[in-house]
Design a protein around this ligand. Structure first.
Ligand SMILES: C[S@@+](CC[C@H](N)C(=O)[O-])C[C@H]1O[C@@H](n2cnc3c(N)ncnc32)[C@H](O)[C@@H]1O
Length: 311
């Protein structure tokens, strides 16, 4: 599988590991608009690199960052100089400087300050208080912006900067309800909302009313859709898959989360993709696309892969 590019803005719901899976079910002939109402880090869209895309999110700071990168107001060189200067001040002044940037960001909302915070806060989290202020504490590493870390971030910026020069991408700060209505029949809407029934801290919360609204809007759309959600872990199941999403096609895949890096804390989670079209798996070694019948069945991606290898 080809390299997965990690974008410069991190977030706790990033779908890096699911990119090859999602890429595999997008029809090879697809040439419509790729629409993401919940772009988050944008890792899925930036790796699929489809020619036309609408990428939206209710978090205005993610959108401002990518708009400025797209307009050329932010360039890889600007990012490099900025992180070198601010990184030097962080080394000299320690955490006071992090909190100074946090306050500056909460007053002026500059995209580069957002990048700085996102790459030096605790666990790369994006979290806001009730008044809308970014409130994630410092990662406690005053030497965070080493030369190699800056180079890594600049390379991440550079990949997307170049992509945006050759693709036609629109970034919108808006609610998912306004984005889904933009889809035409030749388009694909990829939805990755905050996971229902699980504890998440995003710019906006997520509840049953929103999940039902999303279900209604995707039920009415002329576009194809792919929804990312969770299926189950050792303790719980996502009940909505058996109710409002049950009429669609379901694909599942096991994913492991490590808590604190210990083997005994390795938690299995079954991730799910729900689609309104039959997913065709085109695993590269096979010349012929393989059609899987998945509607209302729970197929594990691993099991499917084993079956394919056994052929
Ligand atoms: C799970 S994250 C998306 C992760 C993304 N697929 C990735 O791989 O990085 C969910 C995103 O939905 C956004 N969001 C939450 N409520 C929203 C709403 N009502 N409308 C649009 N976006 C929303 C959050 O700001 C967050 O960026």
């Amino acid at each position: 599988m080809s390299k997965v590019y990690v974008p410069p803005i991190k977030s706790q719901g990033i779908k890096t590991k699911l990119v090859p899976w999602i890429k595999n079910i997008v029809p090879h002939t697809f040439n419509g608009v790729w629409i993401e109402p919940f772009m988050g880090t944008g890792v899925v869209a930036f790796n699929l690199a489809i020619d036309n895309a609408i990428l939206a999110d209710s978090n205005p700071y993610i959108i401002s960052f990518y708009k400025e990168l797209s307009d050329g107001k932010i360039t890889p060189d600007i990012v490099k100089n900025f992180l070198q200067n601010e990184g030097k001040l962080l080394r000299e002044k320690g955490e006071d400087h992090y909190y100074h940037i946090r306050e500056r960001f909460n007053n002026y909302h500059e995209p580069l300050d957002f990048l700085f915070l996102n790459r030096s806060c605790f666990n790369g989290m994006i979290r806001f208080n009730k008044k809308g202020g970014f409130n994630v504490p410092f990662c406690r590493k005053p030497k965070r912006f080493s030369q190699s870390y800056i180079t890594k971030i600049v390379n991440q910026v550079s990949y997307i900067y170049q992509l945006l020069q050759v693709k036609n991408y629109t970034f919108l700060c808006q609610d998912f309800r306004d984005t889904i209505s933009l889809g035409a029949d030749e388009d694909i809407i990829y939805c990755d909302p905050p996971y229902i029934g699980r504890h998440v801290e995003y710019f906006n919360g997520w509840d049953e009313e929103k999940e039902i609204k999303l279900n209604e809007l995707l039920g009415d759309t002329d576009s194809k859709f792919i929804l990312s959600t969770w299926h189950s872990n050792d303790f719980r199941e996502n009940e909505y898959l058996k109710t409002i999403w049950s009429e669609y096609h379901l694909l599942t895949r096991e994913h492991f989360y490590h808590v604190g890096g210990k083997e005994k804390n390795r938690n299995a989670m079954l991730e799910a993709l729900v689609t309104n079209f039959p997913a065709v798996f085109t695993i590269q070694e096979y010349t012929k696309p393989i059609q899987l019948t998945l509607c209302e069945e729970q197929e594990s991606y691993q099991v499917i892969a084993q079956q394919l290898h056994a052929r």
